[in-house]
Write a new protein. Structure first.
Length: 676
């Protein structure tokens, strides 16, 4: 297929040829027929146009021969010109050029938008997440607009659908809904995102989904200028090369000193250099994926709770940051006096104080102060009302530099305190894999806890054993390897293998060997998601999707992201989020949350509750009475987490028999000390 410059060159050549034929015709008729200049021009035009002759005709034999050659030459040149013109008009290259100009005009109108640089799986998942979220938000917004229309129609025709004019009512409802959809488009995050990618095929794919795309090298000033970086709010860099990421950070910081920059990196050792170059936050995607796998395996209720309020585009709930600017009417008021639950169905799960510390689930007597940021959960349709009510400050949130905190290195167990052998373990967790994602997950685990690692890599096996882990060397796809790791007695297994066939076979064997086992599997491709679920996995995690969702959260809602980092599992500040099961022998059943005095006794806060029907309640009220099979989502200092589990479960050795149900079974004593 010819490119646009090639077609334009053909058209220019055709125009020059037509001009040359006209000049030759005029000169020929003047010399051969001895016509005046005007008559020669007239004779040339009517000959080339083949419209017949009027009062002037060639009289000499030479003139007639010249006219024959002029007609043949003119028709050929005009045909060539018409072909070039038609090709230009219908050319996909021309449509692409028009689309690029339209996109550039739209970008030039943007202000405080987001620029995403990169290509490949991580960017693709980020865009998919944006598309799903935008679609969901649009539907929620339209539902709000439909409600008054439906109410008016109900008032006119009555609530009975089988009344006198049921068809007219349905027709009017459809008509008004159609008009609303056409004339009112709610702005979504997708409308303020510009993607910069160096790959033409990927750029074409994004344009087909109506995204604003700039094709070019994001390390150059010109391309980032085209993306409107000088008046953007944030830059998100998701490139495959850390070197190009570093150059893009430098370019972005040079073009816009106040820009908020989030960079994803492959080599975590480069984080300090990225921060020095100008990145506000540096995120290693594989480490994020490893953390997500750990939470999905070790804390499934916690993982599901945060998925529901943060990441799931199909969820009705959304978590947002509410900065209390100097103009906020909420300043100086007790939190309970705002009646957020009654007015907006909203709950406050955290507050970032002015000194950048966090407080979880403040009580109703907490008095709000200026420059604090509330972390609120509410239905997506009520978020805009909630933001307007607190008079959200128009200035962007202050940026904070965030980089990967050092992971505490667990020392090998002392000889006087040998770890229990694998054969004696029960209710333990198995981790399969030796690839990059599996290693990132294992690096965050404490070897003195009841973990068993299955690895085919002999060198990595020796390294893990030197660090104090229990390791079985072999293929996890083999039954005897799984049995050696005690899969029949295990509580959960995490499968993070690079080979798709081995992943599916491992899931099948695990499910055949144990019906109560919680199976979490990593799917490196979209095609693996349904296959692993059909094989028997309880949770299938797409590492790139998890990383993309977290990167997007960090770039668009940094206060929410920082809060999540602070509470989920943070050895640096000694905080973690754990789950407490209200099982058969739990002494907490029948008591209210307030009566437990968790804040006073343990410094713990209940931010969520999984009900018996597996629905989640955020920021549950203090008068909620705990019932069988409910699960508390509690943020607690790590020093109290084991004691909390012991008190909630009724015994230090009891825990759900399976994380798939609410049954109980004696637990290995090693789990007493920590969830990790």
């Amino acid at each position: 297929m010819d490119s646009l410059p090639t077609i334009q060159r053909q058209l220019r050549r055709a125009l020059l040829a037509i001009l040359l034929v006209v000049v030759i015709g005029v000169l020929g008729y003047r010399l051969i027929e001895n016509l005046s200049l005007l008559d020669a021009i007239w004779m040339t035009v009517v000959t080339l146009a083949t419209i017949g002759y009027g009062d002037i005709v060639p009289l000499t034999t030479a003139g007639r021969i010249f006219t024959i050659f002029l007609i043949i030459t003119g028709l050929s040149v005009f045909a060539y010109g018409l072909q070039a013109s038609a090709t230009l008009i219908i050319s996909p290259a021309l449509r692409d050029a028009r689309q690029r100009r339209r996109i550039q005009r739209a970008i030039d109108r943007l202000n405080q938008h987001y620029v995403i640089c990169g290509a490949g799986e991580l960017v693709d998942k980020t865009v998919d997440y944006l598309l799903e979220s935008a679609k969901r938000r649009q539907l929620a917004h339209l539902e709000q607009l439909y409600h008054p229309i439906d109410a008016v129609l109900d008032h006119i025709f009555g609530d009975d659908a089988d009344g006198h004019f049921p068809r007219l009512r349905v027709w009017l409802r459809s008509l008004f809904h159609f008009i609303v959809r056409k004339i009112h488009q709610a702005e979504t995050l997708l409308d303020v995102v510009v993607v910069v990618t160096p790959h033409p095929a990927f750029a074409h794919h994004l344009r087909a989904n109506n995204l604003l795309v700039i094709e070019g090298d994001p390390t150059t000033d010109e391309v980032l200028h085209q993306a409107g970086l000088q008046h953007a709010h944030a830059l998100v860099i998701l490139l495959d090369s850390d070197t190009e990421t570093l150059l893009t950070v430098l370019t972005g910081r040079t073009l816009s000193p106040e820009l908020d920059i989030t960079a994803a990196m492959q080599d975590e050792t480069l984080a300090p250099q990225m921060v020095r170059a100008g990145a506000n936050r540096v995120i290693p995607p594989f480490e994020v994926a490893g953390k997500f796998l750990n939470n999905a395996t070790l804390r499934p209720a916690v993982n599901d709770f945060f998925n529901t309020i943060l990441y799931n585009p199909h969820s009705d709930l959304q978590t947002t940051a509410l900065p209390l600017g100097a103009d906020s009417p909420w300043i100086g008021q007790p939190l309970g006096s705002l009646r957020l639950r009654e007015r907006f169905q909203a709950g406050i799960i955290g507050v970032r104080l002015e000194n950048n510390r966090y407080q979880c689930t403040p009580d109703n007597n907490y008095v709000l102060q200026a420059h604090e940021i509330l972390i609120a959960v509410a239905p997506a349709a009520r978020i805009s009302q909630l933001q307007q009510a607190c008079r959200r400050h128009t200035a962007p949130l202050p940026t904070q530099t965030w980089s990967r905190p050092p992971v505490p290195t667990a020392n090998p167990p002392a000889a006087s305190d040998p770890l229990p052998a694998i054969a004696t373990l029960s209710r333990h967790v198995i981790v399969c894999g030796s690839g990059q994602i599996a290693r990132c997950a294992i690096d965050q685990l404490n070897p003195q806890r009841p973990f068993v690692i299955i690895s085919e890599d002999a060198t990595y096996t020796d390294e893990l054993r030197a660090r104090g882990f229990r390791v079985v060397q072999g293929s996890p796809a083999q039954e005897h390897t799984l049995q050696e790791a005690g899969v029949e007695r295990a509580l959960a297994i995490m499968i993070a293998l690079d080979d798709p066939a081995s992943s599916v076979l491992t899931v099948l064997n695990c499910r055949a060997l144990s019906k109560h086992l919680l199976i979490t599997a990593a799917a490196l491709t979209d095609e693996m998601l349904p296959k692993l679920r059909r094989a028997g996995a309880d949770r299938v995690v797409s590492p790139f999707q998890a990383a993309a969702a977290f990167v997007l959260l960090t770039a668009t809602r940094p206060a929410v992201s920082d809060f999540l980092q602070h509470i989920v599992f943070n050895p640096q500040v000694g905080m973690e989020t754990t789950e407490l099961y209200m099982q058969d022998n739990s002494p907490w059943r029948g008591r209210t949350l307030q009566s437990l005095e968790l804040e006073a006794r343990y410094g713990a806060s209940v931010i969520g509750l999984r009900l018996a029907d597996e629905q989640y309640l955020y920021a549950p009220p203090g008068d909620h009475i705990l019932r069988d099979h409910e699960v508390l989502i509690v943020v607690t200092p790590m020093q109290y987490s084991d004691e909390l589990r012991e008190q909630a479960h009724g015994s230090e050795t009891r825990r759900p028999n399976t994380l798939r149900t609410g049954k109980t079974q004696p637990l290995s004593p090693a789990f007493r000390r920590s969830s990790r």
